[in-house]
Write a protein that binds this ligand. Structure first.
Ligand code: SAM
Length: 405
């Protein structure tokens, strides 16, 4: 493919992503499947352009004049590549599959680009900027720029089967720049972009490691599930944290994994077999009678890894910043309330609830935990955990432990 054709392909993918039809990684995979002629270098260049635009969408939109794939890609040639307009015009007509000739309006827009207001420069939607400013104060610029960097790839060593020092040695022998995570005792950090190589390694097939950001590993450690306890993972998804909890519990006790999305929960089956954990039961719907019966006299710990904006994971999913809107956020907040209230009915009198979100927005984190305590007499927040790329070099994450006082 010519450089111009790669730009046009990136514009096509961006349109899919920004219309909310697909996450960036899935849109790129789908594009690859329907354009088999594209080589690995073409795919890499297209992905790089798509992510560069998504990370600096505010600036690219200001330079290109609109939030369409074409305008954003053209804008990115000014913002990211610092190209002059004649060079952009040449690229735009670089072969039959290139974006096509620039209009007069586009030429003058690209030529006249000047740095924009704060929300544009910080590459964050203006409605979110107000809330983030309230949350971070004068740390906002540092937090947002760390959230805009590329994320490393973290692994969790499955201590039911393997030891971190052996895994580190093995990964280094494979030529990977693996390092022990600074905070999570089972964590291994690999450089950004190691994903493709790592997934084909034997340590995955053997169940020795799982991909899991250090923040998620720390959230599970914060929840502190103990051997022999009954733990309910109320929003288990494909069970990344359920597996981590079973390992911390040394495979003793019970982990009841639930999710409203049963097909996601089913994906836990193969991961559970690979991990060697025997204490995880797939308990189905979090609101179902089956879970109530399995919980019996109540769980020691109900872990609520609630659906949320994912604002803590913007390093990995920069598109989530732009597809989030007020209505969607309100939907997450309502689901969090529903799950936390359900948790209150499942926990034993001496038990604890952990509310966890991969979010940096106060309304999903500390404010949601406080609202739970206001709704349920006798409950209070006993401890909290707050992580962010700038402060802990992890994804953004919040967790609160709730107990009856
Ligand atoms: C943050 S994810 C869970 C990730 C998982 N615990 C892990 O470690 O991989 C949140 C989960 O909440 C579920 N969920 C979405 N909407 C929900 C709702 N309205 N009520 C309950 N659960 C919901 C989703 O299916 C999703 O799997």
């Amino acid at each position: 493919m010519t450089p111009g054709a790669r730009l046009a392909a990136a514009a096509e993918v961006l349109d899919q992503v920004l219309q909310g039809r697909s996450a960036a990684d899935r849109a790129l995979q789908a594009w690859g499947r329907s354009h088999r002629f594209a080589g690995s270098k073409d795919r890499a260049a297209i992905a790089e352009r798509v992510y560069a635009v998504l990370r600096r969408l505010g600036e690219c939109e200001a330079a290109g004049g609109a939030r369409s794939g074409r305008s954003l890609v053209l804008g990115s040639l000014v913002v990211c590549d610092r190209l002059p307009v004649p060079a952009i015009a040449q690229l735009a007509t670089d072969g039959t599959h290139a974006p096509g000739a620039l209009s007069r309006a586009e030429e003058s827009r690209l030529a006249g680009h000047v740095a924009g207001p704060e929300d544009v420069l910080l590459n964050v939607p203006s409605w979110l900027l107000v809330r983030l400013r309230a949350a971070f104060g004068d740390r906002l610029e540092a937090e947002l720029s760390a959230l805009n960097a590329r994320a490393p790839l973290d692994l969790r060593v499955n201590t039911l089967k393997a030891r971190r020092e052996d895994m580190l040695r093995g990964l280094i022998c494979e030529g990977l720049a693996a390092q022990a995570c600074a905070r999570a005792p089972e964590g291994i950090r690999l450089p950004a972009g190691a994903d493709a190589r790592v997934s084909s390694l034997a340590c995955f097939a053997e169940g020795w490691v799982e991909v899991q950001d250090e923040s998620s590993q720390l959230a599970v450690r914060f929840a502190d599930p103990k051997p022999g306890e009954t733990v309910i993972d109320l929003a288990s998804g494909a069970g990344g944290k359920a597996l981590a909890m079973a390992a911390l519990m040394q495979d003793r006790g019970r982990v009841l994994a639930c999710d409203v999305a049963i097909e996601r929960l089913m994906a836990l089956g193969a991961r559970r077999s690979r991990s060697g954990a025997t204490i995880i039961t797939m308990a189905g719907d979090p609101y179902g009678e089956r879970l109530t019966q399995l919980a019996g006299a109540g769980a020691d710990l109900v872990f609520v890894d609630a659906p949320c904006s994912g604002s803590g994971t913007w390093r990995r999913n920069p598109e989530a910043k732009w597809t989030l809107d007020e209505a969607r956020l309100q939907g997450y907040l309502a689901a969090q309330v529903q799950l936390l209230d359900r948790a209150a009915g499942l926990v034993s009198p001496a038990g604890r609830i952990v509310h966890a979100v991969c979010s940096i927005l106060p309304e999903e984190g500390p404010e949601q935990a406080a609202a739970f305590c206001a709704r349920h007499a006798g409950w209070s927040v006993s401890r909290t955990l707050q992580l962010s790329p700038a402060s802990t070099d992890t994804d953004g994450f919040f967790a609160a432990e709730l107990r009856r006082s």
